[in-house]
Ligand binder design. Sequence first.
Ligand SMILES: [Zn+2]
Length: 344
Amino acid sequence: MVKIVCPNCAADLDVASDAPIHTCDYCGTAIQVSVMFGDKGEGGMVAGGEPKDAYIIKDHYIIRCHYNQDQVKNLLVDWVKKIPGAPQDFEESANISELKLRFYPIWVGEYAATSDYVGIDDWPNFSHPAPDRPGWYEHVSYSPRQESGRVIREYQIPLMALPEQRLPSYLRDYAVTTTGKEYFDIKHVKKLSGEIIDSAMKMNEAKASMHQQVLDRQTREMHKEVKQIQSRTDDVQEKGVYYIHFPVYQIGFVYNGKPHDALIDGSSGRIVHVKVPISTEFKMKATVGGLASIGAGLALILLGLLIPGMPIVVAGVAIGACAIIVGMLVFSLILRKQVSEKQR
Ligand SMILES: [Zn+2]
């Protein structure tokens, strides 16, 4: 741990020695700790003479959490009840062992990019006019030709501010909705007993990464026009870079002696992930039902094939196929272990 003084409220703060950014526990200011330490990220004197503003991330936002702990429990219980085979005594029997609200960090950069390029593309050459069809050719060959153009695009790049191993796996590809962002408010976090998690990357590193993503996307656009890019000039304007905290409830619960977990978006109430305990009774009944369907299906098809020329043949085969599909569906229902709500 290292000691720093909040450049906004002058509170004494203990900060992990490798944390490049820290949100002040008292006033909620996002402090660039690494910049305080001369961007070296290790212990040292607070650089003197620099304006305090250089240490502060001004565009610090929050996505508000719209559910308290009780509401989020109800969301989970109601949702689990709707899953086929989920135990109906879930509400009474599931023992919640952990229920934490965490505000995770994400960077969002907005950019306007203009790229001029020169490249090579294949152009068709037509030869041997078709004698019977005017305007048609019998041969076409391709030859390289130089082509130039301009790509103008605007981008909004989201970047999770934590390395994968520090993110719950189901958040790695989660599309966070940041349109409802408001200026960061530490009171909101404290009222819900939330925990703030700060970016593991410096602001400069985040900017460099998002800038590179803009260039990569521009490259993809150019490759739609030319096969090979020979030269390019890029003008990438940064319209804004935002440091945003978004709410996630992490829930651990024990059912039938087995641990399960769930992840819920605190802003929308969306179930990001939940591992549902499917009751043994349901599994057995479903297995028997599934096998019976498949068996009946096979029998019908066989019967249909053995008695040719009967009108029943077509119907038998069709019904048999349906029964097999139903059986398969039942099995896929049993086999799935975790579910999540579809995004949008
Ligand atoms: Zn402060």
